[in-house]
Design a protein around this ligand. Structure first.
Ligand SMILES: C[S@@+](CC[C@H](N)C(=O)[O-])C[C@H]1O[C@@H](n2cnc3c(N)ncnc32)[C@H](O)[C@@H]1O
Length: 259
């Protein structure tokens, strides 16, 4: 489902506890204008996200700060703490590492990341940890070991063969910039997309096939494409009509796994 409108008008039409997962990225401070759509009622939208999220559902909030008069705004942290105040768990503060970024001032290091706050309504009901980090000790056998338990008794751990791949770390790196986040050229008419693989990885981690995934700040529709690719239903809300047109074309011309 694709809605053209303000998410604060559309979300109240969604039922309580109807969304399994939200993967979204709001405008960051006033870094971009989005055709006049950079201001939004954060607290109102946060409360609506809490209402529509199922118990055990997850919200992935991708965000970064502007630097104004020499200081980062801290908006990202304020938002994360507000989500906690209204009932979400701050399940994991993850990092999206970019490989394209602007030249910094002489007195700053290259700013190469954004936050991915993983918020959950209670304990996450779905969590499939992606395990694609190559283990340097792959194939090695860790011999049996006797360990002492908390009550003083002992038990023996069986020998373990180390698997080829282990669980990922919570810093995820993606190639960004033209032609890298998606092969859909039309998507780049939007000024600030996140990579399709980022949305895909969160969808695979925090939802099941057939689940409903929401993006209330849909932009070019990246979350919708990732949901289609992975067999999830999607609800996309975007205020700007010209960006909605990109979403409609992107979804209509979508080829599964053709990125
Ligand atoms: C950072 S962009 C999202 C980009 C998206 N993740 C993608 O990959 O294409 C934020 C989007 O939110 C939209 N927006 C801002 N305020 C909104 C609101 N109140 N309701 C719906 N969309 C809004 C902007 O027009 C902009 O396209």
């Amino acid at each position: 489902m694709i809605y053209n409108g303000d998410c604060l008008d559309i979300m109240p039409t969604l039922a309580d506890k109807s969304i399994d997962l939200t993967v979204t990225s709001p405008p960051y401070d006033n870094l971009r204008t989005y055709n006049g759509n950079s201001q939004f009622d954060f607290e109102g939208i946060a409360k609506e996200l809490y209402r529509v999220t199922k118990n055990g559902g997850v919200v992935v909030w991708v965000v970064a700060d502007a630097t104004i008069k020499g200081s980062e705004t801290g908006t990202s942290f304020k938002q994360a703490l507000y989500f906690k105040e209204i009932g979400f768990n701050l399940h994991d503060t993850m990092i999206f590492e970019r490989d394209s970024f602007q030249k910094p001032n002489h007195n700053r290091y290259w700013a190469c990341f954004e936050y991915m706050f993983v918020l959950s309504k209670g304990k996450p009901k779905t969590a499939y940890m992606i395990s694609d980090r190559a283990n340097s000790q792959s194939g090695k056998t860790v011999s049996s070991k006797t360990v002492r338990n908390a009550d003083g008794s002992t038990s023996t751990r069986r020998p373990v063969v180390i698997a080829a791949f282990g669980k990922r770390k919570n810093i995820w790196a993606y190639s960004t910039g033209y032609g890298k986040g998606t092969t859909c050229k039309e998507a780049y008419q939007h000024p600030a997309t996140f990579p399709e693989q980022l949305a895909t990885d969160h969808i695979l981690s925090w939802s099941n096939e057939g689940d409903t995934v929401l993006d209330p700040f849909a932009g070019s529709g990246t979350t919708g494409v990732a949901a289609l690719n992975t067999g999830r239903k999607f609800i996309l809300i975007e205020k700007d009509e010209s960006y909605c047109e990109i979403i409609r074309n992107r979804i209509a011309n979508h080829q599964p796994y053709c990125r």
